[in-house]
Design a protein around this ligand. Structure first.
Ligand code: 2HG
Ligand code: ZN
Length: 464
């Protein structure tokens, strides 16, 4: 039996896509930078079908690329050429919220926005949020250990994962979904697979911790003089705002691009070199109505007081209602889309020690211009984690050189070459800038043990 016939037997003929037109949406990433032809696209409906697909591919020695919502930014979920593309979109089962545990079990194909809505209906929330919420899937978020805007409060995906179900390259199913609060029975395979970028196993279901639902939210967009001043503001906010859950940064050029793309008004009468977005969440619904300190403080009162006492604030505008909050967040959250509309970007997602942030931001234009003088570098990021998203437009022809120059700058400042997007294909070559030879050798031994034929996501994460 041919591989295609075995795959059809596993998932049903209608879920094996060989027609180029049907395959096309799966073969190119969101930015348009990474693209490759898949042998076929296979869309299983559950763990047993995933296991059958992997057994069939293993029998033939066929490499497999794993895809969730195709919102990845490092080329880790699109084929390099000739692989079977395993789409997990149909693994979309969402179990009822377990109130006793404050947790939920979700299929790998569940979209983040669906998970959030599900948790909120049960009076809880999910601790990770990011702009691609409507398309990004739980499996991809776990596989890349995604971060987003609430890491400050709840940590990355790793902090939410308490168990997984996964299928190894040979079709073996590992199920550990109880999500016990305490469980010291050997290697934590769920955490090993979190952030492994589909190179060790295929995640099919995950057990996720939920967090309290915010009863009140307050958002501020703040104009500041630069990166250093944004960090000064953050220091005050961290000290004064126990309710702080997001602290983001963008700059004048990015804000101008977003305004142009989304036709948004200027947030302030004057332009400022940099802008911070702060978000506070209060969990006590009675706070403002009761007006008593014991009922908790309204996050807006807290936020306004902190802003008034922060010398770095040049201008600020705040919102507590949902439309107003969305209006302020749009200046930050539309950046990816606005950059994409302007061209195919070379994207670098890096993390540096906070003290190095102003120097690295200041050095970026010259670093990029040294490789591609005509390029346009738009920078924004998660201020609290000193996580920068460096988007370079007009440099696609020199993507490798730009990547090399920026990642070397980051490594020289003791940063990480991947903060929250993963290594993927985009940065595999540069992994030695962030990991020692001994660490990479140990990673290879783990890969060899779980996927000896190297069939899962070849070329992703580990350098060839
Ligand atoms: C963000 O925080 C996302 O906006 C996307 O991680 C970053 O598009 C990017 O470079
Ligand atoms: Zn981000």
């Amino acid at each position: 039996m041919s591989l295609e016939a075995a795959l059809r037997a596993a998932v049903g003929a209608s879920q094996v896509l060989v027609d180029p037109e049907l395959r096309a949406p799966y073969e190119t990433d969101f930015t348009g930078r990474f693209t490759g032809t898949a042998r076929c696209v296979v869309r299983p409906a559950g763990t047993a079908e995933v296991a059958e697909v992997l057994r069939a591919c293993a029998a033939e020695g066929a490499p497999v690329v794993i895809q969730g919502g195709n919102t990845g930014l490092v080329g880790g979920g699109v084929p390099a050429g000739g692989e079977v593309l395993l789409s997990l979109a149909r693994l979309a089962e969402l179990e009822p919220v377990d109130q006793a545990a404050g947790a939920v079990t979700a299929g790998a194909g569940v979209r983040l926005a669906g998970l959030q809505a599900h948790a909120r209906t049960a009076g809880l929330d999910f601790g990770v949020d990011l702009a691609a919420r409507s398309a990004a899937t739980v499996g991809g978020l776990v596989a890349t250990n995604a971060g987003g805007i609430h890491v400050l409060r709840h940590g990355s995906m790793r902090s939410q994962v308490t168990g997984v179900e996964a299928v190894l390259a040979d079709g073996t199913v590992l199920t550990r979904l109880a999500g016990l609060a305490k469980d010291n029975t050997g290697y934590d395979l769920s955490q090993l697979l979190t952030g492994s970028e589909g190179t060790l196993a295929v995640l099919t279901r995950v057990r996720l911790r939920l967090v309290p639902l915010a009863a009140q939210l307050a958002v501020a967009l703040v104009g500041v003089a630069g990166t250093k001043e944004a960090l000064d503001l953050l220091a005050v906010a961290r000290q004064r705002l126990p309710s702080l859950q997001a602290a983001e940064i963008c700059y004048a050029d990015g804000l101008a691009l977003v305004r142009e793309h989304n036709r948004l008004p200027a947030p302030f009468r004057e332009l400022h070199p940099a802008y911070a977005v702060l978000e506070c969440a209060g969990t006590s619904p009675a706070a403002s109505a009761a007006g008593s300190a014991s009922a908790g403080t309204d996050p807006m009162d807290e936020l306004l007081e902190a802003l008034a006492d922060a010398p770095a604030v040049l201008d600020a505008t705040v919102a507590a209602d949902s439309a107003g909050r969305a209006r302020l967040w749009a200046y930050r959250e539309s950046l990816t889309e606005a950059v994409n509309a302007a061209g195919v970007p070379v994207k670098l997602d890096v993390c540096v020690p906070p003290g190095a942030l102003p120097g690295v931001v200041a050095a970026l234009p010259e670093t990029v211009a040294g490789v591609e003088p005509a390029a346009r570098t738009i920078v924004w990021g998660h201020l609290n984690e000193a996580n920068l998203h460096i988007n370079v437009l007009g440099a696609q022809q020199r993507a490798e050189q730009v990547t090399e120059a920026v990642l070397r700058l980051v490594a020289a400042n003791e940063g990480s070459i991947s903060s929250e997007h993963g290594v993927g294909r985009a940065k595999a070559r540069w992994l030695p800038l962030s990991r020692s030879p001994a660490e990479i050798a140990a990673m290879r031994r783990i890969k060899q043990a779980l996927d000896p034929a190297g069939l899962l996501n070849p070329g992703v994460l580990l350098p060839a």
